[in-house]
Design a protein. Structure first.
Lengths: 257, 257
DNA sequence: CTGCGAATTTGATTGAGATCAATTTTCCGC
DNA sequence: GCGGAAAATTGATCTCAATCAAATTCGCAG
């Protein structure tokens, strides 16, 4: 990868896939790595895309060989259960990883499909494992990212009312939007209502009605997939229990046994 | 750690905490390590317990400094939300890890309490990170275990009816029991109904009624916390969507885009 | 611009599981 | 063994969100 580029075109291609030049480097795996370590990471990464909306990146049961980092666009991951029902596990926006759950059994445990035109970095797992081993900072970062996924997933599995879940979901998107340097108030939802509903274990109609109600109550302005948060404080009060990255780690008050 | 033992007592103490001598080594972190690597792992591990029922191992908001492997007994992990409601995240039986979700923010994200008299191995994280770095097989095993947790947690977050959830829960316990070399049919539940209910997002009364119904239908014989699975096949049909370790990775049939 | 299918919204009704309310059983400490 | 408290069960009722059923709006190919 450090061989002389044969033309300008190659240069540009290289730059595009470079972690060091990537605007997402502080959200993604490279976070905390120095330039040398990032270079080593780059050596195993390659780019893929654009993937068209509706096209799959991987499918449940496929042999697991890579994890993926979203560069642009958005993915959803989902399962289909034995009765043919679809369950949306999560949404992945730029800077986020997908496919981590396939490591264990060596097969992908879910399907990943593009919601929009999407490009990703492909991280072939066997080579990534080697680099993780060589770069301690990367090891730390991988463990952190997986740990964060674990918290997020555990939160989702908890029991809350429909409004708490939707409020928490929107708050979560807001935080993720903010981390990417976008507005925490203006969201452009990459997924249809049906997918939000499935993800939150609700009916599509319920999600629609909740959006309507939140709007009536002055929490949001909703126009199709464009959402503006008008009353962040109330939304937070509603959704906090559902939110992941509430900073400190969630200690609210000590409680005796 | 390889210095001459000063007495027999020390020998026994050492043996007790030794990964190499541990009956759980094939379920836990040491899986796949050779004797030398296990010895290195041992050098960072220490034992703790017994922890009495109701006593906490760690609490949400505590500074994260270790993960824990259950040796005997059982733990539950839970959160308390902003409205004081308890949410049971999971149960941990011998050979399983707890506390992995604290890595990311550096604070524990949940509370862990003993359900029975419980002893654990303490794995101080900073030292564990070093050993992971030195022992490639351990790195692989840690990634696998975290990946498995991720799948398990994602499964829990999916939408299923009350009977599917309870059936899946029991199946899951059955598999875990089997992995430990115990009977997959005879379960001794370490937790009260209330905790099962919270974990499955159900009311205690609903869990009780479901146990009664499953018994009527000949699926189970239930006597308080002792459960015998009488009709594994039907239970599997009900609960499969909810179960984690269904071997192959869950690919049922390919589905066109 | 027009029309068609998909997505979304809105309304009416139903139902699974929660909640409220008693018992009954079990578990322990004394 | 006895008494009391916690756990579990059982029954009656209620409620939130699902389902069923249209109506609207939107996106887009022709």
């Amino acid at each position: 990868m450090s061989s002389k580029p044969t033309s300008n075109v190659v240069d540009i291609a290289h730059l595009r896939k470079s972690c060091r030049a990537c605007s997402l480097r502080d959200l993604c795996l490279p976070l905390g790595l120095d330039s040398d370590d990032m270079e080593r990471l780059e050596s195993v990464v390659h780019s893929r895309g654009p993937i068209r909306p509706g096209e799959h990146l991987f499918r449940e049961g496929d042999t697991f060989h890579a994890i993926y980092a979203v560069k642009t666009g958005a993915l959803k991951t989902y399962n289909v259960d034995s009765q043919g029902r679809e369950h949306v596990l999560g949404f992945h926006i730029p800077g986020e990883l997908a496919g981590l759950d396939g490591i264990y059994p060596g097969k992908n445990r879910c399907n990943a499909v593009a919601l929009q035109a999407t490009s990703v970095c492909v991280l072939p797992f066997s080579r990534l494992e080697e680099v993780i081993h060589e770069v301690p900072g990367l090891q730390t970062q991988v463990l952190r990212l997986m740990s964060r996924e674990l918290s997020a997933s555990a939160q989702l599995a908890t029991d809350h009312s429909a409004d708490e879940r939707l409020a928490g979901f929107l708050l979560n998107l807001s935080r993720r939007s903010e981390r990417r340097g976008l507005s925490p108030r203006r969201l452009s939802l990459p997924m249809p209502r049906r997918d939000i509903a499935s993800h939150l274990r609700l009916a599509t109609e319920t999600v629609s009605r909740l959006f309507a109600r939140f709007q009536e109550e002055g929490l949001l302005t909703v126009r199709r997939r464009d959402v503006e948060i008008m009353d962040m404080e109330t939304l937070e009060r509603l959704g906090t229990a559902y939110d992941i990255d509430n900073g400190a780690g969630g200690a609210r008050r000590p409680q005796s046994t």
